[in-house]
Design a protein around this ligand. Structure first.
Ligand code: AR6
Length: 167
């Protein structure tokens, strides 16, 4: 079973085997954590590697090298855009975590960092997203060390509270 830890910090500054990126389906870069990851990994190298992947469907996950990030690989997963909850958002969000962990496992990664997928620009309510993230990570069968890296205090508190409610 994957072991989950919730921490507050900047995902680009923590050494790991794999860093998950909250991407878009074009894998074209953008704002938020996607921009931070591109900036630290190296804009040109990462944009070039992403362009070779020809996009990624919502809920799926694709891999590039991590370049200058302190990691082996970056796993790019486009989360669902919140549209009120009746458009398969929950299944798609769970698929992001599950497919990212599958990629991590296929690439022999033991330590994996996640940002809070979809709860920024994509508008997924934190209180609904956090338990989905936690349950999906904890249900993943491989032995792995997973850190949910919350950038701000509100996100950190939401994940801590969801973890308490689930245990
Ligand atoms: N470390 C960890 N978390 C971070 C960092 C960081 N350095 N920077 C921001 N976050 P978002 P989304 C948090 O908007 O909602 C992009 O333009 C942020 O505070 O990055 O999945 C993509 O290209 C929030 O809690 O991702 C897509 O178009 C969380 O990361 C779109 O945004 C996710 O916020 C994806 O939107």
């Amino acid at each position: 079973m994957a072991h989950l830890q919730i921490i507050q910090g900047d995902i680009t500054k923590i050494p790991a085997d794999a860093v998950v990126n909250a991407a878009n389906t074009q894998l074209s870069g953008g704002g938020g954590v996607d921009e931070a990851i591109h900036q630290v990994a190296g804009m040109e190298a990462l944009n070039q590697a992403c362009a070779q992947l020809h996009g990624c469907a919502t809920g799926q996950a694709k891999v590039t090298p991590a370049f200058n990030l302190p990691a082996k690989i970056i796993i790019h997963t486009p989360g669902p855009i919140w549209q009120g909850g009746q458009h398969h958002e929950a299944q798609l969000l769970a698929a992001c975590y599950n497919n990212s962990l599958r990629q991590a496992s296929a690439h022999h990664c033991h330590k994996v960092l996640f940002p809070s997928i979809s709860t920024g620009v994509y508008g997924y309510p934190l209180a609904l997203a956090a338990p989905i993230a936690i349950k999906t990570i904890q249900a993943f069968p491989a032995t792995m060390e997973v850190q949910m890296v919350c950038f701000d205090q509100i996100t950190y508190q939401a994940y801590l509270s969801a973890l308490r409610d689930l245990s």
